[in-house]
Design a protein around this ligand. Structure first.
Ligand code: VTB
Ligand code: MG
Ligand code: MG
Length: 317
């Protein structure tokens, strides 16, 4: 895969963030999502790839754009699979709360786990705790090992989890051993990545969120040398049937980051609202500023890109 694709991809997430950035705090998550999706779709088609969306906005009949199976790019080689979440955290964007991002990942054909839009149980950590997590264990047992690996006390660790009743037992267990918790209302991709960003103050992400977002987080963590495990959570027979159609046979399987995002993976994300490691879009007279992260698993280069966009010289967002 062409290494220049990394820098091409960041243009895609920047465009999505600039578009939905206008909807921050307006209480209209649908419009915010649409703006991001439209901008991402448009920018993707200027990139020299033969791309297929494998994780996207839904099935063809439910999503007008970036649906699963949709072809994107100019159609020239390389042939790649694409995972997108044009606006991860639609609610937080609509409310102007911290932590929404525009994100995309790219893998050689067949590289991504074809995760249906369902729940996934996740545990994610950065490189300094690589190899010590086990999704079968309690959160507290994991935290003990993470503290040991990092050479700190459990009280020094900060865990992020979605604020949901389904996490009550996890939260209780974490508090019992004295770790700190950030409860978030939505958006678990950014904090999963934050575990691998030096100085973010986030040490572990745990809990049940979206499966497509789990695959995106796995792509990012693989690029950063972090560690992640995911296990699909089946709620209905219909989900089992759909997963089977997508080639999943072992419903209890625990996936590593590598198993969710295989091969030479490229990942990009741009902040929409400011979060643990990316600032959100800021507009000023005649332009706007964005902050992004872009990385490639093969070289493990992690780039933070701060861009100044001048609307006199590009589409006005
Ligand atoms: C959402 C969303 C997250 O998980 O919370 C979702 O905000 C699933 O949880 O960003 P609920 O159904 O309880 O809302 C994510 O999509 C990410 O994985
Ligand atoms: Mg999402
Ligand atoms: Mg989304």
């Amino acid at each position: 895969m062409d290494r220049n694709l990394a820098l091409e991809l960041v243009r895609v997430t920047e465009a999505a963030a600039l578009a939905c950035g206008r909807w921050v705090g307006k209480g209209d998550k649908m419009s915010a999502d649409e703006a991001a999706t439209e901008a991402m779709r448009r920018t993707l088609d200027s990139i020299g790839i033969d791309g297929t969306v494998v994780i996207g906005e839904g099935e063809m009949d439910e999503a007008p754009m970036l649906y699963i199976g949709e072809k994107v790019g100019t159609g020239q080689p390389p042939e790649v699979d694409i995972a997108v979440d044009p606006l991860e955290g639609t609610n937080i964007c609509a409310k102007g709360l911290p932590g929404s991002i525009a994100t995309i990942a790219l893998a050689p054909k067949g590289g991504f786990l074809h995760a249906p839009d369902m729940y996934m149980e996740k545990i994610a950590v950065g490189p300094s705790a690589r190899g010590v997590i086990d999704i079968h264990d309690s959160p507290s047992a994991n935290l003990k090992r993470i503290a040991e690996a990092k050479g700190c006390r459990i009280e020094d660790l900060t865990v992020v989890t979605l604020d949901r009743p389904r996490h009550d037992r996890i939260i209780e267990d974490i508090r019992k051993v004295g770790a700190r918790i950030h409860l978030i209302s939505d958006g678990d991709v950014a904090p999963a990545i934050a575990t691998a960003v030096e100085g973010s103050g986030i040490d572990m992400l745990i809990g049940i969120g979206g499966a497509p977002e789990g695959v995106l987080a796995a792509a990012a963590l693989k690029c950063m040398g972090g560690d992640m495990q995911g296990r699909l959570v089946f709620m209905t027979q219909e989900e089992r049937d759909r997963a089977r159609d997508m080639g999943i046979t072992d419903f209890d399987r625990v996936y590593s980051a590598e198993e969710m995002a295989g091969g030479d993976v490229v990942f990009a994300a741009t902040g929409v609202t400011s979060g643990d490691f990316l600032r959100g879009v800021r507009y000023y007279a005649g332009g706007a500023e964005t902050e992004s992260i872009v990385m490639r698993s093969k070289s493990r280069t992690v780039r933070f890109i701060r861009s100044l966009h001048y609307f006199d010289h590009k589409p006005v967002y």
